[in-house]
Structures are given as structure tokens and as C-alpha cells.
Design a protein around this ligand. Sequence first.
Ligand SMILES: Nc1ncnc2c1ncn2[C@@H]1O[C@H](COP(=O)(O)OP(=O)(O)O)[C@@H](O)[C@H]1O
Ligand SMILES: N[C@@H](CCOP(=O)(O)O)C(=O)O
Length: 325
Amino acid sequence: MAVYTQLSAEALAALIACYDVGDLVSAKGIAEGVSNSNWLVDTTGADGFGARYILTMYERRIDLADLPFFLSLLDHLAARGCPVPRTIHDREGALYRTIGQKCVALIEFLPGVSVGDPTPAQARAVGAALAQMHLAATDFAGSRPNDLGIATSASVLAACGAGALAGIDPDLPRTIGIAADLAARWPQGLPTGVIHSDLFPDNVLMRGKQVSALIDFYFACTDARAYDLAVTHAAWSFSADGRQFNSAVGQALLAGYESVRPLNAEERAALPVLAEGACLRFVSSRAQDWLDTPADALVAKKDPMAFVRRLDHYRAHAADVFAAA
Ligand SMILES: Nc1ncnc2c1ncn2[C@@H]1O[C@H](COP(=O)(O)OP(=O)(O)O)[C@@H](O)[C@H]1O
Ligand SMILES: N[C@@H](CCOP(=O)(O)O)C(=O)O
């Protein structure tokens, strides 16, 4: 579940009154998501014909100093035709407001559903939408370092410690050495830009074969664009538990990306290493969350082994997986 904070009807109505969106009609907590509290908000609409929004309260992991970067990035990408929700600005033009100690933003609602078992056609559309986003972000003025890069993954796993990792799964401690090795030979000099860096199926809304929304830009940062493609490949081309690799989906994702933004030779050659790094990013954050989350917490723990299996697949089959799309 992901409504960590209760807001009274009065508090919600007072908040909505700060925006030019009509009066509050209803607000329902959204179960999906793990990081923030989200509500589906219906209002009478600025024109009286009704309107729907997403209200997000930032709960964990986000440095609030980064909110202007994340929220103005949404506006930038939407203005350039990407399927990305706009930030609704309040009557004073602010991107976000505070309630008590917490920050909230009102976001445009976009229709669509997250797919559980993507087809190659859907993966191709996602690849193309990712490349479109990369190109549209080229003239975005903001930048933000990737604080979850390979060096962080390596140090997070080392800090967890082999003993604690073995308590999650006996096969997990070996990722400490793999991450340290990968950090030492991480590719440098690849084309960079603003990337999403967490484009999992639950962060893409689709209507049939069309991408209707890319959402949850709260890990967006400045890093290698091919790394973003590798993250997306790891997230989309396997069953959720990482046991089954779907080559057709992976190839379609790469082909869709290159239909909009072809990779250069260095990016293509780097994909196997970038994919290993992408897996380790989620192994490390999931392992850390696993160890930090109390047993009785309402948040579902995500299994780090699902990305260890992906990592092993990339290490064993990289040449086949990334054969020319
Ligand atoms: N702009 C949007 N339009 C429609 N639904 C959205 C939008 N933003 C979020 N949602 C819904 O809210 C859920 C949780 O949002 P998300 O940003 O992924 O939360 P978290 O950061 O906690 O993972 C999504 O799975 C989706 O169902
Ligand atoms: N995609 C990450 C978790 C990030 O959570 P999100 O709900 O904010 O996308 C993972 O699967 O480990």
C-alpha cells in the first residue's frame, strides 16, 4: 500500500482551494507505489466540467531540494510532446506546497494501465518513448547527479555486509565483489543527459500498444542515456522474479529505442556492463530496504534475488542478449 499519511477531508479541501482546479469532489488513496503517498483526486474543474488529478505527498527517499528539478522536468517534457504528466501550479505559481512537515504536488492525471506481461509491440513503444524523452530533455536546464550509480551500489552492498546479505539469501553476498569489480571498470565518456533511471512497467501507463504516460520521475538524474536503456531492458525483458528472459521483448525494446535515437558504437558495446550495473542498483536498494524495513511494516519488500537472477543472465549471455537489434 502507499498511503502513509492520513489527510482529513478539510485539509484536502483547503489544499485543493490553493489551485485553480475547482472544488474538491473526492480523494481516494492509491494502493500502488512504495515511495510516496498518492491520492486520486476529483474536482469540479476550473471550467465546472470536472477534472481528475494525482496528489502526491513525498514521504521517503526524496531530498526535497530536488523537487523543483523533478517537477519542472515533468513540465519541460510534457511541453515537448512527451507522454508525461504536467505539474499543476498553485495560484501563486508554486510547483509544490507544504502540509505540516511534508511536501505535496498536484499532478495531471493521465489514463492507462501498467502492463504485467508486456508484448514485443508494447516494449517497442516503451523503447521509443524512452528515446523521445532523452531527446526532449536535451535542452532542460536542470541537472542532478545520479546518487545511485555503481559506486553507490558497491558501497551499499559492502555496508550491508556479507552476513546480513546471506540472511536474506545465501547467494546474495557474492554481489559485493561483483559490484566492486564493475565499479572499477565502469564505462566513461558515454553520451549523457537527463534520464528516468527507474522505468519499470509500473512506471509506464499504456493504452493497448500505445504509451499513454511515463510517470514517477523521482529518481531522474543526469547520467549515461544508454544506462537508462539498460535499466529499462532489465526491468521489462524478464519475468518479475527474474527467472524467465523474454528475448523478443528485449529486442523490441532496443529496436524501439533506436528507431528514435540510434546508439553509437561505444554505447552499444557498453550495454552488457551497463545492464549488470542496472541490476546491481536494484539488488543494492532492495537489499538495503529489506534490512531496513521492520517485519510488521505495511510496505511490501521487493526481492533482491529477482535482480541477481537478471545479473547472472546478463553475465552469462550478454553477447546474445545485446546482439544487433
Ligand atoms: N500522472 C498519473 N496519472 C495517472 N495515474 C498515476 C499518475 N501518477 C501516479 N499514478 C498512479 O499512482 C500509482 C503510484 O504512483 P508512483 O508515482 O509510481 O508512486 P511511488 O513513487 O510511490 O512508486 C501508479 O502506479 C499509478 O497507478
Ligand atoms: N523500481 C524499484 C523500486 C522503486 O520504487 P517506485 O515504486 O518508486 O518505482 C524496484 O523495483 O526495486
